[in-house]
Design a binder for this molecule. Structure first.
Ligand SMILES: Cc1cc2nc3c(=O)[nH]c(=O)nc-3n(C[C@H](O)[C@H](O)[C@H](O)COP(=O)(O)OP(=O)(O)OC[C@H]3O[C@@H](n4cnc5c(N)ncnc54)[C@H](O)[C@@H]3O)c2cc1C
Length: 453
């Protein structure tokens, strides 16, 4: 009786965790007695190896974080206060911009409700001193351009036009009175700026070929001509117009105020890239501007070029951000998307794409990091900025196209974000000097021969 009782007890211990329904299902699929017989021939080591293997699927595997900063530029090379600002801007973009951006991109409209929130970040005119500007490093400015473009290149472009091209023109080339009037309010986004250089028939050749004219009579300048592609121009409070002085043939800059007589703007429709950015076609018809609104230190195109040199580094950083956003989205996708029963990230060919993307991204980031250091040391040249713009805009095209590729069909759907990065990379490729023009600048510097014409 006691033997029977102990046998029953042992049997209970053995079988109390067994799910008999599962056992029954399994017995329909495999020959259970044969499986048990095979297992009984295994030695201790083989059995413990088998148990380890069987135990692993129930444990949730910890995957590494999704991180496009592979060489730790943000968390290692930045000062604590800079890193904190970087993370603050990132959190803002993730929370406020990311959820709404595809909707606005599709409608080709600008999310005006974001402007006061961007102002609160206090990052506009980041590198300038005085006029309410924070006076931080160029490196920090570059990193923030990347952070913005990582979520949305359009918002980054809007910001770049305001903080870089428009405020930068006034900061570098304006009189003290002009700086006092515009910079504090632009820093807080109370007034919005635009930068009008390109014309319908003159893009790459702007240095020597501007056709928009300026004629002075007494204290008044009269501007005539057209400007194309001008970001923010449909709602800007001040647009900097670059025009050729008919008297000395030199390019000069003019602060044209909203509502000026003879100043008309038409929104450029149906873009396939940066659809949130409001680009305008400006027509100037005998548009009158007072001498006080001429940029007092802009006397030739060489002065205009000072602004472009400063902002071109920012565009290279934007390209990094666009590539990083695409890479991180694609990496996340490949880890959850399953085909043939396994995440596609576990396949060698997919990993090859991911590593190529990360190599490009890391090369771009480290190059831009050094570029900004040169800028902070005050030794940045045109060719330094141009090389970064050429390299980063080319590599970004490669990264975004691989990101789109590893996402299959979903890679062309807006809701997965990568499609937007693919399209926006095309605008980065062309603006602030095309690949060819920036290559010619570098080519001239390294060979000593100008191949422009
Ligand atoms: C989305 C977007 C936003 C923009 N925002 C602004 C803005 O806010 N303000 C502003 O002023 N401009 C702006 N631009 C204009 C931009 O800077 C120009 O598009 C750019 O400079 C190229 O000029 P383009 O489009 O007229 O091309 P083109 O100059 O006509 O060039 C066409 C092609 O010819 C090549 N090419 C030209 N010359 C040479 C040469 N000598 N040798 C070899 N190849 C050559 C070019 O590289 C390019 O591949 C913006 C453009 C875009 C697309």
């Amino acid at each position: 009786m006691s033997n029977l009782f102990s046998s029953l007890k042992n049997a209970y211990r053995l079988f109390k965790h067994v799910d008999f329904q599962k056992l029954e299902e399994l017995s329909k699929k495999v020959d259970l007695p044969k499986v048990v017989d095979s297992f009984s021939h295994l030695d201790e080591t083989q059995l413990s190896g088998l148990m380890k293997m069987l135990g692993s699927p129930s444990k949730k595997r910890e995957l590494p974080p999704i991180e496009g900063d592979f060489y730790h530029l943000g968390d290692e090379a930045l000062k604590d206060e800079d890193r904190a600002l970087q993370l603050k801007v990132r959190a803002f973009l993730e929370k406020e911009v990311k959820p709404i951006v595809n909707q606005y991109w599709l409608k080709a409209e600008f999310p005006f409700e974001l402007i006061p929130k961007i102002a609160e970040l206090n990052i506009c005119g980041l590198t300038y001193t005085g006029y309410g500007c924070p006076g931080r490093s160029n490196l920090m400015e570059g990193m923030l351009a990347m952070e913005m473009a990582r979520v949305d290149t359009s918002i980054s472009t809007f910001f770049g036009v305001q903080s870089g091209l428009a405020m930068g023109s006034i900061y570098l080339l304006g009189s003290e009175a002009q700086k006092q009037e515009w910079l504090p309010s632009m820093q807080q986004f109370k007034t919005i700026g635009a930068f009008g250089l390109t014309e319908p028939e003159v893009g790459s050749g702007a240095a020597g070929g501007l056709t928009t004219t300026a004629k002075r009579t007494g204290n008044t300048w009269v501007l005539n001509g057209q400007k194309k592609w001008i970001g923010n121009a449909t709602f800007s409070d001040v647009t900097i117009i670059w025009a050729r002085d008919l008297d000395d043939n030199q390019v000069k800059g003019f602060l044209v105020r909203k509502g000026a007589k003879g100043f008309a703007v038409e929104k450029i429709q149906d873009k396939m890239a940066l659809r949130i950015v409001q680009n305008g076609l400006i027509t100037l018809t005998n548009c009158e501007v007072n001498e006080e609104d001429r940029l007092q230190e802009a006397n030739s195109f060489k002065d205009t070029a000072k602004v472009l040199r400063m902002t071109r580094a920012g565009v290279a950083w934007q390209a990094v951000g666009c590539a990083r956003g695409a890479y991180e989205s694609a990496l996340a996708y490949t880890r959850t998307r399953k085909q043939f029963g396994k995440p596609i990230a576990s396949y060698q060919l997919i990993q090859n794409h991911l590593v190529e993307m990360l190599s490009n991204l890391t090369a771009m980031q480290t190059l831009c990091f050094r570029l900004s250091q040169l800028q902070d040391q005050g030794i940045l040249t045109d060719e330094h900025a141009s090389l970064a713009k050429v390299f980063c805009s080319m590599r970004t095209r490669d990264v975004v196209s691989r990101a789109r590729e590893v996402m299959g069909g979903n890679g062309i759907l807006l809701e997965y974000d990568v499609a937007r990065f693919v399209a926006d990379a095309e605008a980065i490729y062309s603006y602030e000097g095309t690949k060819e023009i920036n290559s010619l600048i570098v080519g001239r510097a390294i060979t000593g021969f100008s191949a422009f014409v």
